[in-house]
Design a protein around this ligand. Structure first.
Ligand code: NAP
Ligand code: MG
Length: 493
């Protein structure tokens, strides 16, 4: 089911038009053409989705054993795998990600996350608490929260469905997911596959629509028990405020400005290779992108020469072409924003070492392309070193010693991913401890695993996803006291 022309909302196990009949266009970022029209959810549709999710939670999904929930998630993983090629092509077409990368990362991870959390369903367990009272058994239950609202951005829309939906369902919740308007198609496809897997109607609902309308409604709605948001800091703050209405505990995955430090003893081949991926994978549209290269002054010339050679060789073009390494940005607005940072860089006196323009080839003429861009910025207080650009645009800055590198790495409001390259084991552990970030990669970058906690410190978010950490987000603890041989306390005479 690629190249779909019209798609509905997915509510209560069915594709339906929006109540208002409104639709919105979905663009192909390579051609700037509309290739799909999707129903646009309004408040009434969001209400219907929340009701459906509640009914499924109080009904068939809530009644399942953990084992059966796990089996459904595993079945969904199998269907995603079986239909993977068409799903990957749809994702590449909608987002602009090179197909080669969608297959080896986004698709593989989507399957992996559903499989991992399928297994998690049967491992969510409470404790027996050593009781201070004789004749009392005190134990804890980890219970699902109910209806979870999930709002995701456009940069990895397929993968974010898995990252959000799989753990929420494993824990026994039901979901209303709002994809980004630019990229709603893969989420709707996964919903269709969930139906094919036999997952009860209402367990997963997908409502494409405006963030300011349906996203905001999910955040404030008293019938939504938890809100998970991946996106910008600005909207994240609004989510916290809206969620106060019924004291939902928000899970926030926000922006980043990842430092990527090259120490003087680094394996340069590995550092160049890994930094290229950290910087430009998915056109740099990644919250955990390594978007600030910090390079020790003693290896500056050698590193810059080798890195720039590699950047120059990046093949830009049609994301559906097998050999493409860098596709278009996902939207025209975003292309404009990223190119705007080139002007900011020049205005601040930074030096464009490579890129900074649209590629200017006939093949890329209609699409939202930006060359891979490398900007020398010696002052880490420059806006280009502080603000998230979220595109194929990175800065490179020299440093003189470890302390200077750590100060620069930590000297931004964000604290999501951070990484560095060194052969010194002592330095590896010392610097890992000093970096203010949710994830630290040494001699690697952007590794993620469904078993490993993921999330931000400082302005990059609150809460952690993946592994058992995420079960703390999607469950609540109940303490049960059984007085099997307990003499109730006497009321004072
Ligand atoms: P955004 O503007 O915050 O949008 C993210 C989502 O929120 C979209 O679905 C959007 O809907 C919706 N939204 C917008 N306004 C809303 C409101 N008032 N209430 C509720 N929902 C609302 O973010 P973006 O610019 O699209 O995405 C890029 C940002 O996401 C970057 O900052 C990036 O770092 C961050 N991000 C973080 C992670 C992470 O895991 N930490 C991962 C990926 C991306 P629309 O469709 O209407 O825009
Ligand atoms: Mg936005």
């Amino acid at each position: 089911m690629t190249d779909v022309e019209e798609r509905g909302l997915f509510i209560d196990g069915k594709f339906v038009p929006s109540e208002s009949g409104a639709t919105f266009p979905v663009f192909n970022p390579h051609t700037d053409e509309v290739f799909s029209k999707v129903a646009q959810a309004g408040e009434a549709d969001a209400e219907a989705a929340i009701d459906a999710a509640r009914a499924a939670f109080d009904g068939p999904w809530g009644a399942l054993t953990p084992k059966d929930r796990g089996k459904f998630l595993l079945k969904l993983a199998r269907i995603i795998q079986e239909e993977g090629e068409s799903l990957a092509r749809l994702e590449a077409k909608n987002t602009g990600h090179p197909i080669h990368d969608v297959r080896r990362f986004d698709l593989v991870r989507t399957v992996d996350w559903f499989e991992y959390f399928a297994g998690m369903a049967t491992k969510i367990q409470g404790d027996v608490i050593p009781s201070s009272f004789k004749g009392v058994l005190n134990y804890t239950l980890r219970e699902p929260l109910g209806v979870v609202g999930q709002i995701v951005p456009w940069n990895f829309p397929l993968m974010f469905v898995a990252w959000n939906v799989a753990p929420a369902l494993a824990a026994g919740n039901t979901v209303v997911l709002k994809p980004a308007e630019y990229t709603p198609l893969s989420a709707l496809e996964v919903a269709r596959m969930a139906q094919k897997a036999g997952i009860p109607a209402g367990t997963i609902n997908v409502i494409p629509g405006k963030g300011s309308v349906v996203g905001a409604l999910l955040a404030r709605h008293p019938g939504v028990d938890k809100i998970c948001f991946t996106g910008s800091v600005e909207v994240g703050k609004q989510i916290i405020q809206a969620s106060a209405s019924n004291l939902k505990k928000p899970l926030l995955e926000l922006g980043g400005k990842g430092p990527n430090v090259i120490f003087e003893d680094a394996d340069l081949d590995a550092a160049v290779q890994g930094s290229l991926f950290a910087a430009y994978h998915n056109q740099g549209q990644a919250c955990i992108a390594g978007s600030r290269l910090l390079v020790h002054e003693s290896i500056w010339d050698a590193f810059v020469k080798r890195f720039t050679e590699r950047v120059r060789s990046i093949r830009i073009g049609d994301p559906l072409e097998e050999t493409t390494q860098l596709g278009p940005l996902t939207s025209k607005d975003h292309q404009k924003k990223v190119l705007g940072y080139v002007d900011v860089a020049k205005g601040e006196g930074a030096q464009i070492l490579f890129g900074g323009r649209v590629p200017g080839t006939p093949e890329t003429a209609r699409g939202y392309y930006v060359q891979p861009t490398l900007v020398r910025a010696d002052n880490p207080k420059m806006r280009v070193c502080q603000e998230e650009v979220f595109g194929p645009f990175i800065t490179i800055t020299p440093f003189i010693d470890d302390q200077a590198a750590v100060d620069m790495a930590n000297g931004v409001p964000y604290g999501l991913g951070a990484g560095f390259w060194t052969r010194d084991l002592r330095r590896a552990h010392r610097i890992a401890a000093q970096l203010k970030a949710g994830m630290v990669w040494v001699n690697s970058y952007k590794l993620v695993d469904p078993a490993s906690p993921f999330g931000g410190s400082k302005m990059s978010g609150m809460g952690r996803e993946f592994g058992f950490e995420t079960m703390r987000e999607y469950t609540q603890v109940k303490s049960v006291w059984i007085g099997y041989d307990f003499q109730p306390w006497k009321w004072p005479e």
